[in-house]
Design a protein. Structure first.
Length: 328
């Protein structure tokens, strides 16, 4: 029996992008079976109970590039089982080539994942034709899974131009995208014609929502520092849109924005991208809501001042969450 797929209209609210929690010793290349399944299940269940609307996983900070195939399958099954159909769960299936990507995506279907968060294979910088054809091939080969395009220019050496969005919007399985920045948001929205729900990062959500009414969902890695911050952002923007009074949402962004200040080394997204995994995992663990564990090699090395900035970001996010709890 064919599975019922989501549409762009089904993607709403706060979508947590989660790490793959690891056991102690995971930074050693000799390590095997590194997934902390108990923490992974607790993380997903806690996010859902806190009101998160969807789960995105196994992207960059999810360490899809550094897990073995067996570890990927264990983690997929763990989080899909933990979610138990309560919210959509998208798992990353990007591999170094199309055929392996298709094979892993088919396994994700068998496990019960709602969708795949799919980036472009990372070796050569792709041309427009290569990028579009990759998504066409996966969509043709695995028609019964939703696709969230993972649009990270630094990771995939591709700028995701308007012509790309216009073409992938023709694929019915492509319903959403993990989107970075807002400088090209309006032209990209025009290109997709409502067929793909673009998800800005939580720090851009307020501004993006004011730019276009179709922006009613976002991705948030901060959710695992304290999920109440992410759900509050969702709710204050929804209230503002319904009432036309954006003052409370603007004030909340004034409290949220400073938590990003020390996350990006020297204020640089490019520098952050070089150390994305250790920075995000340090931030998440410092938040105290979960234990992301050590990073898998080779992306386990990072300058200590950068790590401390990330930890400070996580602590600030958690402090905001605790303040919101007290205000309830």
């Amino acid at each position: 029996m064919a599975r019922i797929l989501l549409t762009a209209a089904d993607v709403k609210g706060a979508w947590a992008i989660v790490p793959t929690p690891s056991r102690e010793g995971a930074s050693d290349w000799r390590a095997t079976d590194t997934v902390n399944v108990d923490e992974a299940a607790r993380m997903v269940n806690g996010l859902i109970e806190a009101g998160i609307d969807g789960i995105l996983s196994m992207g960059t900070l999810g360490e899809a590039a550094t897990m073995t195939l067996d570890e990927k399958l264990v983690f997929m099954k763990t989080i899909v089982d933990a979610a138990a159909g309560r919210v959509p769960v998208f798992v990353g299936t990007t591999c170094i080539n199309t055929r392996d990507t298709i094979a892993l995506t088919r396994q994700a279907v068998d496990i019960g994942a709602t969708g795949t968060m799919l980036g472009i294979p990372m070796w050569c910088a792709p041309s427009l034709d290569v990028a579009v054809q990759f998504y066409r091939d996966v969509a043709e080969a695995v028609p019964d899974i939703n696709i969230a395009i993972y649009a990270n220019p630094e990771a995939f050496k591709f700028d995701f131009p308007r012509t790309f969005w216009a073409q992938v919007a023709e694929l019915p399985q492509v319903v959403t995208a993990k989107y970075i920045g807002v400088s090209t948001l309006l032209p990209d929205l025009a290109a997709i014609k409502g067929r793909i729900k673009l998800l800005p990062i939580d720090f851009d959500y307020y501004g993006a929502s004011r730019m276009d009414d179709s922006i009613d969902a976002f991705w948030t890695s901060g959710a695992v520092c304290h999920p109440l911050v992410s759900t509050t952002l969702r709710d204050v923007v929804a209230q503002a849109r319904a009432s036309g009074d954006w003052s409370r949402a603007k004030a909340f962004m004034g409290r949220l924005a400073p938590t990003a200040a020390t996350l990006f080394p020297n204020g640089s997204f490019k520098e952050f991208s070089t150390y994305n995994i250790p920075l995000e995992k340090a931030r998440m663990t410092a938040g105290g809501w979960m234990n992301a564990g050590p990073c898998r090699p080779p992306y386990h090395l990072c300058p200590e001042p950068y790590l401390e900035g990330a930890r400070n970001s996580g602590r600030m996010w958690a402090e905001l969450g605790k303040a919101l709890e007290a205000e309830r």
